[in-house]
Ligand binder design. Structure first.
Ligand code: ADP
Ligand code: ADP
Length: 239
């Protein structure tokens, strides 16, 4: 079944040339999709339109059967609980522990006070521990995030996104700041999450070889347009 569909989506920032022009594609539930293309192609803009961190200028974005561009504030809030986001620079609160970062994310980033007061239920804590363990972070749970390596930080970022029980994970250049070994670990976790949990994963990558290795499908973007939409095998001669 189709989970996400873009219909003639365009985005223009101010008076600049359009960053996205008439983007059209569909993503099926459970699919692992990589968006590839050179810097400035529009990958980040495209990904951020999906959870409306950026508002598209025109077109329709259909998620689970409804056009999210028409959503009001309340509907948008609910939409974002269904979409986990993973960032290149992790976006963790460095002075907090790993577990606090993860629990903090669970309630939608607005519950620092609850976290500080320790108001999480034991079920929420169990799920957070469980998720961290599955990501190989059982020995890091009570460390402050600023004591972690980049690869560990990114796994915390993934855990924080997962504990909301999202239907889709949006990952914006999740390995761009990591060495090849840490990158491989992150990609294997994302692939595993897609396969074992059935969560749809959409990842921006500029490494074509990585995208080809892990994805069910590739969206190639250049100058704001889709230039390839198909299986990894259809991409010739990776750079
Ligand atoms: P990518 O992720 O592929 O590097 P982006 O989506 O970041 O590409 O950028 C696409 C185009 O939109 C680029 O020309 C970029 O300069 C422009 N752009 C991105 N964000 C903004 C912004 N906030 N304001 C103006 N222009 C932007
Ligand atoms: P258990 O029955 O062992 O508690 P669940 O399948 O209920 O396991 O998962 C508990 C939590 O662990 C899930 O809500 C999810 O956040 C996390 N989780 C499950 N599978 C994975 C996975 N493959 N990678 C990362 N986290 C996972």
């Amino acid at each position: 079944t189709t989970l996400l569909e873009f219909r003639q989506v365009s985005k223009q920032y101010g008076k600049d040339p359009r960053a996205l022009t008439d983007i059209e594609f569909q993503v099926h539930e459970g699919e692992f999709v990589s968006i590839i293309g050179p810097s400035g192609a529009g990958k980040s803009t495209l990904l951020r339109c999906i959870n409306r961190m950026i508002d598209a200028s025109s077109g329709e974005i259909i998620f689970n059967g409804t056009n999210i561009l028409k959503f009001n504030k309340r509907e948008l809030k609910h939409l974002r609980t269904q979409m986990g986001m993973v960032f290149q620079h992790y976006n963790l609160v460095d002075r907090l522990t790993v577990i606090d970062n993860v629990l903090h994310g669970r309630l939608g980033y607005k519950s620092t006070l609850q976290g500080v007061l320790g108001l999480y239920t034991s079920e929420e804590k169990h799920q957070a521990f469980d998720t961290l363990k599955r990501l190989g972070l059982e020995d890091q749970v009570f460390k402050r995030c600023d004591q972690l390596s980049g690869g560990q930080k990114q796994r915390v970022g993934i855990a924080r996104a997962l504990v909301q029980n999202p239907r889709i994970l949006l990952c914006d250049e999740p390995i761009a700041s990591l060495d090849p070994n840490a990158s491989r670990v992150i990609m294997e976790h994302l692939r595993h999450i897609s396969t074992t949990m059935g969560i749809t994963v959409i990842v921006n990558l500029h490494q074509v070889d990585v995208a080809l290795k892990y994805s069910d499908r590739i969206l190639g973007v250049n100058k704001g347009s889709i230039v390839y939409d198909g299986p990894p095998q259809g991409i010739q001669d990776p750079a």
